[in-house]
Structure formats: structure tokens, C-alpha cells
Design a protein around this ligand. Structure first.
Ligand code: NAD
Length: 347
């Protein structure tokens, strides 16, 4: 039997690789891969993710394919987890060869999802935020927050942050992690304080309820809103009045209508898919006064790009990856039973 080996990047290797590369280099690389894949959007198989909802949270599968490579991510969303000592979001993902269906690459994606979500936000902000943006107001200092801050500096040069979270310990953690990176950080006393004077507002909270962390009166002209935390039926962050004041941009409309901020407005509420703006088919920002809203939920193509990036960067490098024997591969493809090695029937 010749084993078929799948390349595997585990948590230990992912975090070591990310630490050695530096997060900003990875974010810049990911933005490039995302732009490439959003540039061939129409090639991909697309479907809203398959979600299993329970009172605890949601578990989702996110598949896509460009007809050469197939990919999927397993991800959960459990807002009550941190109170029980678990993370809100964890994930892993797979790439497979379309030609024979064998899985070629398997990776942890809890860390990688934070990178890919932030890189996607930054890619979108590159085409929607005002180019003169210097300050980001942030509501939510959880797991995603540092990645978002670094991505916006990488793509837009934003160095001034105004942070609010209802949990002071989360803010303290954010300041501790980001201060060595040279950000100018204002610890806000409220959501309103965080967004005052901000050019970009990132909402990144976790609450399995229709929360309103940003009300319309908090949002001034010309702001770009990067709405991350409303990503599940029954889980939103923005006052719907904001959606009517601004223009709303989404990843994949059928999924966002189920999961995004626009779940709270009629099904014919107009939105623009971000790939259409990037391709020059639809307008993005049309004036400095316009309010643009990126209603992010996270889409399978972004995970595909992220897996592809890590696979290409790490390749077969044994310092950061291992071969694992994931696929049974008998010499005779019809003799699977023969692999079990039963010596003789019990007489
Ligand atoms: P997390 O649980 O680590 O952090 C969430 C933070 O929000 C916590 O620190 C909490 O105290 C704070 N918070 C909750 N309600 C608040 C409020 N009303 N005002 C201010 N702060 C508040 O979660 P995370 O991993 O950082 O994820 C944040 C959100 O982003 C989650 O809802 C998650 O599902 C979502 N998410 C979206 C994507 C995407 O692609 N759109 C990807 C990953 C995560």
C-alpha cells in the first residue's frame, strides 16, 4: 500500500509560522489572494453556508470550488462560550483536488479565520472607505479585534484607534497586545465616545441577539462601517436606520440576507456585492459624504483564499507542516477490505 499523504498545518505550526512571518506580512499576502479570488468570483461554486443552530450557538460548513480545487471550512459561533472558558469561534479547513477528490491540505483555521476576516474587511475598506481615513472607532475587543486593527493599518494606514468594549478586561488585553505595534489608542468610555470623530467604525461584538451597538445618531457623514459581528440569524449589531441612510455592500447576497444586518430589512432591500465594485461593474463610494456599510458575514471563498495562501507559503516545508495519513489508499483501489489485514475467518 502506498500511503496518500495530506499536508497538515496544526495550531502549533500555524501560530509559530504567523509569529515568525509577522501578522502584517500575512495580512498583506492574504489581501492579495483575496483580491485574486474575488476577481474571478463568477468561476466559483457558491452556496449559503450550511448551518446547524441550537440554543448554544451555531455550527457551520462553508464549501466552495473553483473547479480545480475544492475547499470547505468547519466553523462554530457560540457567543456564550467565553463565559465558560471556550472561544466564541473555532475552525479548521480543507483543500482537495477536484480531479480525484482527495484532500491535499488540512489546516487549523481558528487563527486563520481571524486573519482572513480582517484581511477581507481591509480589502473591502480599500474600495469603500474614504482614502483620507486616519481613525478607526472599534466596538468589541474580543478575539478578532487585534487582527482588524492590524489589517486596517496594513491596507489603509490607519494608526489611530478608539476602542470600546463592555468588558474592561478585553480592552486591557487589546491595549496590551497593540501598544507594542505603535498604535495611538484611545480607551473610550462608551460606544459613542469610540466612534466620535472616526472615519471607519468596526463593530465586532458577540451576542446572540438583535443587539444595537451602533445607533444612527452615532454615525456621521462619510463614515465607512465595517460590521463584523452580525453574522447569524437573530444576531445583528446595527440600528437598521443606518442601513437606510447608507449604501450596503455584501459578500454573497443569498447568505447575507439570511445572516447579515440586512436580515432585519425587507428581502428586496438593495445591496451591492463587493466583487462587482472591485470589477468596476457597480459604483462603490460615490462621494466623501456617503455612508458605506460593509455587512460582513464571512463567505467560503475567503476561507478558500486563506487556505490557498497558507498552503502556498508553507508548501511542503517540514518546519511548519506534517504529512498525515488521512486517506485509506489500498494498492488495488477495489480492495479496501484487504487493508484491514484479517488473517483468517474465525472457524
Ligand atoms: P469574542 O467573544 O472574542 O469578542 C466579542 C467582544 O464583544 C467581547 O469582548 C464582548 O465583551 C464584546 N461585546 C459584546 N457585546 C458588546 C456591546 N454591546 N458593546 C461593546 N462590546 C460588546 O468574539 P470574536 O471572536 O472577537 O468575534 C466577534 C464577532 O465577530 C462574533 O459575533 C463572531 O461571530 C463574529 N465573526 C464574524 C466573522 C465574519 O466573517 N463576519 C468572522 C469571525 C467572527
Amino acid at each position: 500500500m502506498v500511503p496518500f499523504m495530506t499536508r497538515f498545518v496544526d495550531v502549533r505550526n500555524m501560530v509559530r509560522w504567523a509569529g515568525e512571518q509577522g501578522p502584517e506580512k500575512i495580512l498583506a499576502g492574504l489581501i492579495g489572494y483575496l483580491e485574486e479570488d474575488f476577481g474571478k468570483w463568477e468561476v466559483f461554486d457558491k452556496t449559503p453556508r450550511v448551518a446547524s443552530h441550537t440554543p448554544f450557538g451555531v455550527i457551520e460548513l462553508m464549501p466552495t470550488s473553483d473547479h480545480e480545487t475544492y475547499g470547505f471550512k468547519y466553523v462554530n459561533g457560540h457567543p456564550s462560550n467565553p463565559a465558560r472558558g471556550y472561544q466564541t469561534v473555532t475552525a479548521f479547513g480543507v483543500l482537495a483536488s477536484v480531479s480525484n477528490g482527495y484532500p491535499t491540505f488540512l489546516a487549523e483555521m481558528t487563527v486563520l479565520t481571524a486573519f482572513r476576516t480582517a484581511a477581507t474587511s481591509a480589502m473591502v475598506a480599500k474600495v469603500l472607505a474614504r482614502p483620507d481615513s486616519t481613525t478607526m472607532g472599534m466596538i468589541g475587543a474580543g478575539s478578532q479585534a487585534e487582527f482588524q486593527a492590524l489589517a486596517f493599518r496594513t491596507a489603509l494606514g490607519i494608526n489611530s484607534l478608539r476602542m470600546w468594549d463592555t468588558d474592561p478586561a478585553a480592552v486591557e488585553k487589546f491595549v496590551r497586545n497593540m501598544t507594542p505595534h505603535g498604535f495611538d489608542i484611545h480607551v473610550a468610555t462608551s460606544g459613542l465616545d469610540a466612534v466620535t470623530g472616526a472615519d471607519v467604525i468596526t463593530t465586532c461584538t458577540a451576542d446572540k441577539t438583535h443587539a444595537t451597538v451602533l445607533t444612527s445618531d452615532m454615525v456621521g457623514a462619510g463614515v465607512h462601517i465595517n460590521g463584523i459581528g452580525g453574522d447569524c440569524p437573530g444576531k445583528t449589531e446595527l440600528d437598521t436606520a443606518i442601513l437606510y441612510r447608507g449604501d450596503v455592500f455584501v459578500e454573497y447576497t443569498p447568505q447575507t440576507r439570511i445572516e447579515g444586518e440586512i436580515q432585519d430589512v425587507p428581502a428586496d432591500f438593495p445591496v451591492t456585492e463587493i466583487w462587482e465594485v472591485m470589477a468596476g461593474r457597480k459604483p462603490g463610494r460615490t462621494s466623501p459624504e456617503q455612508i458605506t456599510v460593509y455587512d460582513s458575514v464571512g463567505f467560503a471563498i475567503e476561507d478558500f483564499s486563506a487556505l490557498r495562501y497558507v498552503r502556498d507559503q508553507i508548501g511542503d516545508n517540514p518546519d511548519y507542516s506534517d504529512d498525515i495519513d488521512l486517506v485509506a489508499n489500498p494498492d488495488d483501489p477495489k480492495d479496501l477490505f484487504g487493508m484491514i489485514g484479517v488473517l483468517s475467518p474465525v472457524g
